[in-house]
Design a protein around this ligand. Structure first.
Ligand code: ADP
Length: 542
């Protein structure tokens, strides 16, 4: 017997409808690409999204079309997402930090028919236009007054373009499994792979992630997603914030410490989210200026491991709670969050930091396990590590075009490529990417643990650890360090600092100092390139 309840398909445009009707006056504040701070609200954003939908349809775009966006976090980018989804087309976010050739490759792979592009990134589209035979229309996210001269014959100014319709439009309705969005993983190994979100998965991900023990977003809060909409679905915040009617602050293109601080302060932001590199810049700015963060309650940090020293500084020096989170593009992207269960809530000092250094536990809607090489589940003892696998309604079931089939098994478990352990309370800790772990004489050494420890040294700005081949042990860790400006730590000082805090056989065999460490387009250390740079290196003792 079936239940006798309504279907009410889980469609993303219902989120913006809800925000407009229940929280219509709540503001969306953007640092515009043109410069000034621009204020709008959910009711206006919905009205403009309807125009986007109507105008796209007038141009002949329809269900299933891929429409790219190459843009910063602004209210315009948000209304464009909802407008695209409202006709059953698919927003395809592009990461401007990729090489232009990679962007062209991704756009052709996805067969994007049109693109919404910020002024900042118009030169990228101009440079690759000849390689994009399928691209029919370039909509530049600005008005005619700010529209630059361009060699693109198919470019229009966004405000003029939506100005040609009246917004008298009804969202389309379709199956909730219809594709809504698309995002390629940055492809640190092989070609980038396309993840395709559905309306259903986006809505469920927003419901899952707004819970108090997850992101904990509510209508009385002001949220600033510094994490870009072009990186891993903006951690879902473009759906979660309107779903609960939270005030939204969109930081546009400026990520430096001063710009971020200005918005946190002037707009009284209560919660924000980004990768550790953004917070390094903010903390440095705060230390230099002596400024404080009186309005901010919570910062969500993920994308790569949040160093213990960062959590400690936010909490002890600024009274801001840190929630360490882990996720992936393939998970929409949130997989676990480090809010504290009652079992851990009363911990203080180092014991508390020990738990916060973990990536947290899975919310309802994410199943998690760690397995050995024979796919057998490993115990949740907080130390036995293996491959991390997940499944759930907002986890990818396949990649676009059938790539990467080996990552999915018959029971829908997705192999994340991460190595982790899970403790008795369910808290997961990433110990490495499977391809970065250092295999030394049969034991695995976590490069992430060593990096986190090394950046705790007061003279270290950034640290990376790679495995270097060793005649006796297969591989041994090499620690690569960028010192802070005007500091000159020695190899011995660094090793002395680490000694006693980790097992003896984990200690790096050598420390080298560099001016630069290569990063991926999403701000992660590019281990492949680093290993390439050090391929001739031999340990002095080996
Ligand atoms: P990309 O691979 O394109 O940079 P993703 O955001 O999808 O983008 O990357 C996901 C990967 O980032 C995870 O598989 C994991 O290795 C790493 N990661 C994400 N969050 C954390 C975290 N809190 N700690 C350690 N690693 C993390």
């Amino acid at each position: 017997m079936h239940g006798l309840m309504q279907e009410w398909p889980l469609l993303c445009h219902k989120i913006i409808d809800y925000a407009a009707s229940q929280h219509g006056k709540r503001e969306i504040i953007s640092r515009s690409v043109e410069g000034p701070i621009v204020r709008t609200n959910y009711a206006e954003a919905r009205a403009r999204a309807l125009k986007v939908a109507q105008r796209l349809e007038k141009n002949g775009f329809t269900l299933g079309d891929r429409i790219a966006t190459l843009a910063w976090n602004t209210a315009r980018h948000l209304e464009v997402w909802y407008g695209i989804m409202g006709i059953g087309a698919i927003y395809h976010t592009l990461n401007p930090r990729l090489f232009p050739e990679q962007i062209a490759w991704i756009m052709n792979h996805a067969e994007d028919r049109a693109i919404f592009v910020d002024l900042t990134f118009l030169p990228i589209v101009e440079a690759i236009a000849d390689k994009l035979p399928e691209l029919e229309l370039v909509i530049v996210l600005t008005d005619s007054a700010n529209m630059p001269a361009t060699r693109l014959t198919n470019a229009v100014a966004y405000e003029d373009w939506i100005g040609e319709v009246d917004g008298d439009f009804t969202w389309h309705s379709f199956d909730e499994k219809t594709a809504a969005g698309m995002c390629y993983t940055s492809g640190t190994t092989g070609d980038p792979k396309g993840v395709v979100y559905s309306h259903r998965s986006n809505v469920l991900h927003a419901l899952i992630s707004c819970q108090p023990d997850a992101l904990g977003i509510a209508s009385n809060q002001t949220i600033m997603p510094v994490v870009p909409m072009f990186h891993a679905n903006a951690w879902g915040i473009a759906h979660t914030a309107p779903m609960v009617g939270a005030t939204l602050v969109m930081p546009g293109g400026r990520m430096d410490g001063e710009a971020i601080y200005q918005l946190l302060d002037e707009e009284r932001v209560s919660m924000t989210a980004a990768v550790p590199t953004v917070w390094l810049m903010l903390l440095q700015y705060l230390e230099e200026t002596g400024k404080k963060l009186p309005h901010l309650n919570r910062v969500v940090i993920g994308g790569s491991a949040c160093p213990r020293s960062m959590t400690q500084k936010f909490q002890d020096n600024y009274g801001v709670d840190v929630v360490h989170a882990w996720g992936m593009t393939e998970l929409s992207p949130l997989g676990s969050l480090g809010t504290l269960k009652p079992e851990y809530a009363d911990l203080e000092g180092d014991a508390r930091l020990d738990i916060q250094e973990k990536q947290g536990y899975a919310p309802f809607g994410v199943e998690m396990k760690v397995t050995d090489d024979d796919n057998l589940s490993l115990p949740w003892d907080g130390k036995t590590f293996g491959r991390l696998k997940v499944r759930g309604p907002a986890v990818a079931a396949a990649y676009y075009g059938g790539d990467g089939v080996e990552q999915f098994d018959d029971e829908e478990w997705f192999d994340t490529g991460d190595v982790a352990h899970i403790d008795a309370e369910g808290y997961m800790q990433i110990t490495d990417r499977a391809k970065d772990v250092i295999k030394s004489g049969g034991v695995w050494i976590s490069s992430i643990d060593l990096e986190n420890l090394a950046v705790g040294h007061p003279d270290v700005a950034e640290a990376a650890v790679i495995g270097i081949s060793h005649p006796k042990w297969d591989e041994r860790p090499l620690l690569v360090i960028i010192p802070k400006p005007d500091r000159q730590p020695t190899r011995e000082q660094i090793l002395e600092f680490m000694d006693g805090k980790i097992a003896k056989w984990w200690m790096p065999d050598d420390v080298v100092f560099v001016d630069e460490i290569p990063h991926t387009a999403t701000g992660k250390i590019q281990k492949i390139t680093l290993r390439e740079q050090f391929k001739e290196y031999r340990f002095p003792t080996a």
